[in-house]
Design a protein around this ligand. Structure first.
Ligand code: NAD
Length: 309
């Protein structure tokens, strides 16, 4: 059977770690592309050589040209600037919008049937821009944010309760930023809702830490932002698109009236499939949760207006 082909645009920290995980799991052939000469080629060669130790038959190549990325099944956009200490994701808007415009034009030309996963921040607005520029159907452009935010929240809860992270299920809605909407009411640990086993204060602490999870790492690293969990989150989405996994994941998708929100990309629980977005799961929300999700989506709408869409 033909290996699937996945292109990663941007061979920086998130891009190259994503390529490594795809190759290590033998999920698909990988093409890494970047504007810096030699970097995607060098990293791809390094990963390709490791495939012999991983018993992986994935082909991994690096390029500075979109032509070698042609006919990819999935394209992951990680190109762009990452945050520095003190910067918010929204501070990256103008410079990254320029990079996304160029990447999206090239993807539409070379891989017109691909499913695109957008990682570059501010991610929800960049997913919107990618869809507009590629003119792909909305279901083929999806943003990565909620999987990462949920993974962070699960990890903090597992540490607090001294249980395995896999025994914790959680949902984080909303935009990927300070206005994300973690859902303690729907967060279970070892079969129990955390509102029954953790104090209100502890839950608030965990929610705050989840909201600032990216900033906590940026502050420690001083240059650059998190990439191990972001890359693992992208691969989780890829495995669901390729149907080697079948999960409900929080992803940024275009809402057309679901949750009472229209015309904006924002994080909600979804099922993925080879067509990209397969279906949106609409949860019953309390008034407070609805309001928080609205505030979050309105913030994305403002960013979209700033970039002229
Ligand atoms: P990085 O600086 O390590 O890598 C970015 C790469 O993009 C660099 O190699 C750079 O040369 C390349 N690049 C720049 N312009 C390009 C272009 N026009 N075409 C191709 N490549 C180009 O940064 P990183 O840590 O890998 O993060 C990448 C992006 O992902 C940032 O915007 C970051 O904020 C974002 N991010 C998002 C999430 C999320 O949850 N959505 C998580 C982590 C990082």
């Amino acid at each position: 059977m033909r290996h699937k082909k996945i292109t990663i645009v941007g061979a920086g920290n998130v891009g190259s770690t994503t390529a490594q995980l795809i190759a290590e799991k033998n999920l698909a052939d990988v093409v890494l592309t970047d504007i810096v000469e030699g970097v995607p080629q060098g990293k791809a060669l390094d990963i390709q050589e490791a495939c012999s130790l991983w018993h992986s038959s994935a082909k991994v190549t690096g390029t500075n040209s979109y032509d070698s990325t042609a006919d990819s099944d999935i394209v992951v956009i990680t190109a762009g600037l990452a945050r520095k200490p003190g910067m918010s994701r929204d501070d990256l808007l103008k410079s990254n919008a320029q990079i996304i415009r160029e990447a999206a034009r090239n993807i539409a030309r070379t891989s017109p049937d691909s499913v695109v996963i957008v990682v570059t921040n501010p991610m929800d607005a960049m997913a919107h821009l990618t869809q507009k520029v590629t003119n792909f159907p909305h279901h083929r452009v999806i943003g990565m944010g909620g999987v990462l935010d949920s993974a962070r929240m699960r990890s903090f809860i597992a540490q607090e309760l001294d249980v395995l992270p896999e025994d914790v299920q959680t949902t984080v809605l909303g935009s990927h930023g300070d206005l994300m909407v973690p859902m303690p009411r729907l967060t279970m640990a070892g079969g129990k809702c955390i509102t029954d086993i953790l104090t209100k204060l502890k839950i608030e602490e965990i929610i705050e830490r989840t909201k600032n999870g990216g900033a906590e790492i940026v502050k420690l690293l001083k240059t650059g932002s998190a990439y191990y969990t972001p890359a693992a989150s992208v691969v989780e989405m890829i495995e669901n698109i390729l149907e080697t996994k079948n999960d409900i994941l929080s992803c940024s998708v275009y809402l057309d009236g679901e949750y009472g929100i229209k015309g904006v990309y924002v994080g909600v629980p979804v099922k993925l499939s080879p067509r990209g977005l397969e279906s949106i799961i609409v949860l019953e929300l309390t008034e407070e949760e609805k309001q928080a999700l609205n505030t979050s989506s309105e913030a994305v709408r403002k960013l979209i207006e700033k970039i002229g869409f």
